[in-house]
Design a protein around this ligand. Structure first.
Ligand code: ASP
Ligand code: MG
Length: 467
């Protein structure tokens, strides 16, 4: 089989983890053609983002401290992962050269005291630039031929929308399939850095947080892979969070559309555009754990077998988020009110997770991340209170509950079952939303009620017997 294996940061968190990864790859490579896609070592992307914030504050000391931490960690990994002295020397040289490029970049940006979207992407891409060296050289130590490639070196070409770029698929396909085929012909395992590519001028771009998943599906589509595996620290997609429901079950099979919805919730956060490149090629994806290969995880396909087409497949929650209720003043029901509210929030970079408004147009309810709540309310108060808006009320501790499953679409009675289950637990529903895809029915309750509601829904739809 032609396989694309993507390893998340938590699968590369320690020397032992990286050795586990390379052992898995080494075994699989005797029977399959493999491309590996790596995230950054656990926590490194966060550290790079921290550095970019310190640069903006011209906090040289903190930026340098974080830089030293990254450098030290990778050097320490290098000496422990590769013990063969010749391979170790080559790896150390490569690491030193990549790390000094990073240092130069940070020092340059510190002089400017400025991080543009373009330089941010260049900086943020270093986590993967470094992690691929570790994995590729560790494979060489296991006597496997392998090369590390950044997204740019592999041939991923994107638009110039820094921070949230999109691949130019035709160009990418031509370049990438050639790079990879040449390596396959030489029996060499490509280890590609996720998350980034380069625009047509050669500037490094990134796909946004969690973008390595997207890299993996772009590659899978370009080389017509047979399967793609997203390997992380979760067993797969579940009927509910096992921390909330004791008999939560692993879902054996779900559709792309369901996985997109579930990815917003659950333990395995998947980059929202991950499935785009797979849909036309219908390449199956497995979501499985690096730490338990006996478990084959969840398979995500274009059209799951009829046996797995249950109406409802999971009950998930996004916890600890904030609710803002805006009640109308004189002009609230006029055209443009919603636009004003959303523009204000967009300007301060607050993402609106859920919205609902009633036909009387007397109020609008908005859900945002708890960490954005203060800023959101502040901006709305400053610009709209006393004018368009009469009253702003916030509720800081709520949860979104979502019931997900493609069989819900067009099935009568799902909503009544959902709310009857909620009522049995005596829980008040604060807000409701359902998109027209009908794949997902979402509502908001107080966070204190979250566990009880998820358990009630899990029982009501008999999710423990799903497989
Ligand atoms: N390293 C990047 C991030 O943490 C990309 C990824 O892990 O998928 O967002
Ligand atoms: Mg990550």
């Amino acid at each position: 089989m032609k396989l694309v294996l993507k390893f998340g940061g938590t699968s590369l968190a320690s020397v032992k983890d990286i050795q586990n990864v390379t052992n898995i790859v080494s075994k699989l490579s005797s029977e399959n053609e493999i491309v590996i896609v790596c995230s950054a070592v656990d926590g490194i992307t966060d550290e790079l983002i921290h550095i970019s914030e310190q640069i903006k504050k011209v906090n040289k000391k903190e930026a340098n401290r974080a830089l030293a931490k990254i450098s030290q960690k990778h050097k320490q990994f290098t000496t422990h992962i590769v013990t063969d002295s010749k391979i170790q020397k080559t790896l150390l040289d490569k690491m030193k050269s990549d790390l000094s490029e990073l240092e130069e970049l940070v020092h340059g940006l510190l002089l400017l005291g400025e991080v543009t979207p373009r330089s941010f992407d260049y900086l943020a891409s270093f986590g993967e630039k470094l992690s691929i060296n570790l994995v590729s050289f560790a494979l060489q130590q296991l006597k496997k031929k392998s090369v590390p490639l950044s997204g740019k070196q592999a041939g991923i070409v994107t638009d110039s929308n820094f921070g949230e770029s999109r691949p130019l698929m035709d160009t990418t396909k031509i370049r990438l399939s050639k790079t990879i085929q040449d390596l396959f012909d030489k029996n060499t395992i490509p280890v590609v850095g996720g998350f980034s590519g380069a625009d047509q001028h050669g500037n490094t771009t990134t796909f946004g947080r969690g973008g390595s998943d997207y890299t993996a599906t772009i590659i899978a589509s370009c080389i017509d892979a047979d399967e793609i595996w997203l390997m992380s620290d979760v067993d797969g997609l579940m009927t509910a969070d096992p921390k909330l429901v004791d008999d939560a079950k692993l879902l054996k099979e779900v559709s792309y559309a369901e996985a997109v919805e579930m990815a917003q919730f659950g333990a395995k956060q998947i980059h929202p555009r991950t499935f785009e490149p797979l849909v036309s090629k219908k390449i199956p994806m497995r979501i499985r754990s690096t730490f338990d290969l006996a478990n084959t995880g969840t398979i995500v396909t274009a059209s799951p077998s009829a046996a797995t087409k249950k109406t409802v497949k999971c009950a998930s929650a996004i916890r600890n988020i904030g609710l803002v209720d805006l009640t109308g003043g004189v002009l609230f029901a006029a055209p443009g009110t919603a636009a004003k509210i959303f523009t204000l929030l967009a300007d301060i970079n607050v993402n609106v997770m859920m919205v609902s408004s009633n036909p009387s147009e007397s109020s609008i309810s908005i859900i945002v991340k708890k960490s954005d709540l203060d800023r959101a309310v502040n901006a709305l108060e400053m610009s709209l209170l006393g004018k368009t808006v009469k009253k702003i009320v916030t509720t800081p501790n709520v949860s979104i509950i979502a019931v997900i499953g493609s069989g819900m679409s067009g099935t009568v009675g799902i909503a009544s079952k959902v709310f009857a289950a909620v009522q049995k637990r005596n829980v008040n529903v604060i807000m409701i939303a359902q998109g027209s895809s009908e794949l997902n029915l979402a509502f908001v309750v107080k966070d204190n009620d979250c566990k009880s509601v998820i358990q009630a829904l899990h029982e009501e739809f008999e999710l423990a017997n799903i497989n």
